[in-house]
Design a binder for this molecule. Structure first.
Ligand code: UTP
Length: 288
């Protein structure tokens, strides 16, 4: 059983500047809920309540968000707003959330290495703190179900159009079934011609503790950072790794355009916004 999750959230968020100069991209709200709250909710909906967030400089607001705020609670209680009050209590009690600081930003691989003592000898889920996957069955739950059957590390993947292949980590392998590949190749940002598939790494992983040994052996790679992809490639020499196509839609909230699209998409699903927003969009398109 997977009982622990790691959420790396220490990155600089340079693609979203200037908004991320003094606030974490993981705290940017999709309408009224910070990105990282969706990620924590995915853990909880997948049966995981022990969560380690990899934090860092300028990320204190993430800790505050999941902490209790007595002053705010008293204020909302005075207003007798039970709905908002319950929302606040829900956030504080979502899960057992631990924090560790990544003092130097040495990449995603290094961030995960910080989880070594927390995870010990257990397999664990990794959910990127800036990526939301909208799915009927939570993406992490889908992967846990596969892990229970196969017992191998799993990389979540999604199909991307050929012209976008060179932007992502791309996997190749032998098909086990429509959703699963037995990995034999993992290439970071390949040229379209050299890409083994158009299945891109999608921000969710199930990892086993041997990833820590692989990460220790991983030399600095692209951007002079320790890349998780490189460590997985080391692991692949000795271990089986699966790639699973997730049923759901991935949103990279570290990207400005994806953030805008996600906000609109999520707002159109909310009863209080759907109708007026749809009318507004129709009207501004007509005006352009
Ligand atoms: P990204 O590569 O998207 O994060 O990492 P970044 O470096 O902040 O992004 P840009 O390119 O500068 O905009 C994916 C996740 O891994 C975390 C990030 O916080 C993000 O949630 N991360 C990345 C770390 O925790 N530590 C790192 O050293 C790098």
């Amino acid at each position: 059983m997977i009982k622990k999750a790691v959420i790396p959230a220490a990155g600089l968020g340079t693609r979203f500047l200037p908004a991320t100069k003094a606030q974490p991209k993981e705290m940017l709200p999709i309408i009224d809920t910070p990105v990282i709250q969706y990620v924590v909710q995915e853990c909880v909906d997948s049966g995981i309540e022990d969560i380690l967030i990899i934090s860092g400089k300028g990320k204190r607001s993430i800790e505050d968000h999941f902490d209790r705020n007595f002053e705010l609670e008293a204020c909302i209680q005075e207003k007798e707003d039970e709905i908002v009050f319950n929302q606040l209590r829900h956030i504080e009690n979502m899960a057992n959330i631990h924090f560790i600081r990544q003092k130097e930003l040495n990449g995603l691989g290094d961030a995960i290495l910080h989880a070594r003592f927390h995870c010990g000898s257990e397999p664990f889920a990794v959910l990127l703190g800036d990526t939301v996957i909208d799915a009927v069955i939570p993406a992490t739950q889908q992967m846990i179900d596969t892990f229970e059957q196969y017992g191998q590390p799993i990389i979540a993947v999604e199909t991307v159009p050929p012209d976008k292949v060179s932007r992502y980590g791309i996997v190749g392998g032998t098909e086990i079934n429509k959703k699963l590949l037995q990995l034999d190749d993992l290439i970071e940002k390949p040229e379209v011609k050299k890409a083994p598939s158009n299945l891109a790494v999608a921000g969710r992983y199930i990892l086993t503790p041997d990833i820590f040994t692989a990460l220790e052996k991983t030399p600095r790679g692209k951007g002079n950072e320790i890349q998780l992809t490189d460590a997985l490639r080391i692991l692949l020499k000795h271990n089986g790794i699966l790639a699973q196509t997730i049923e759901g839609k991935r949103h990279d909230l570290g990207d400005k355009l994806d953030f805008l699209k996600t906000t609109i998409e999520f707002a159109l699903k909310r009863d209080e916004f759907a109708k007026p927003l749809r009318e507004f969009i129709k009207q501004i398109i007509k005006e352009k």
